[in-house]
Design a protein around this ligand. Sequence first.
Ligand code: NAP
Length: 256
Amino acid sequence: MNPASEATPRVLILGGTGEARELARLLTEKQIRVITSLAGRVADPRLPVGEVRSGGFGGAEGLREWLVSNGIDAVIDATHPFAARITSNADAACRAAGTPLLRLLRPPWRPEPGDRWESVPDLDAAAALLGGADRRILLTTGRQDVARFAGVADAWFLIRVVDPPTGALPARHEILRSRGPYHLAAERELLAANDIDTLVTKNSGGEMTRPKLDAAHELGIRVIVVERPQEPAATPTVDDPVAAAAWVSELAQLGR
Ligand code: NAP
């Protein structure tokens, strides 16, 4: 780590995920000084242990300045697989500042035999596959993306979100406010009780929101899966918090 910094390394975790919270816990246990950054969009976020800051940095250049002025020795980008802008900014800022960067990225979900999955590259492609007066859709792509489905005029949407969506909404919808983790029995009940025929999801991966896929599999429901945006090619990547914590320990031992 930076020789000018104090003996204990100071690590920035770009957060907003369960993996980021788990990593903050693991590093704190190792006596490593952690600051987790949140975008500040969720009204009542789940907070990690350790120091927390909230709000944007002002693009890649703002993040670079922040890293330098806060004496950050290493960055772990543990943001959601679909948070592409902050991931790209982290890549550019760390390269400019010469700060080691690791991407912590949970594995994507994969279809299993019998799944009725249709993979699409982005949200607009998902919206283009919807429509039809008798369609009943469970939309789980998140509050910020609901407006992309506003033009689907005739289908009915059950829109599941943590905080209420702010933009345009499809004409026929109901908002369901809830936050995971979810469980198979309740997901099965939700799909059946609302007579859902199509589930729309991002390929977020992870266990907390996976049960909707298992319930859709059991009930033979069509699933439209929005695949992930591309990651910066050069960033070293691990898929679990334990491996990310080991990377930090190794850097600290190397005295980087
Ligand atoms: P995004 O589109 O990649 O980022 C938009 C802007 O928000 C960034 O340019 C940055 O602003 C700010 N930002 C994002 N994450 C930040 C963080 N951890 N700390 C400080 N600033 C951050 O991100 P997003 O998709 O809106 O996601 C926002 C947050 O929600 C992320 O932390 C992500 O892990 C979490 N999340 C996202 C999703 C999803 O589906 N996208 C799902 C679950 C959780 P500046 O340019 O001003 O720095």
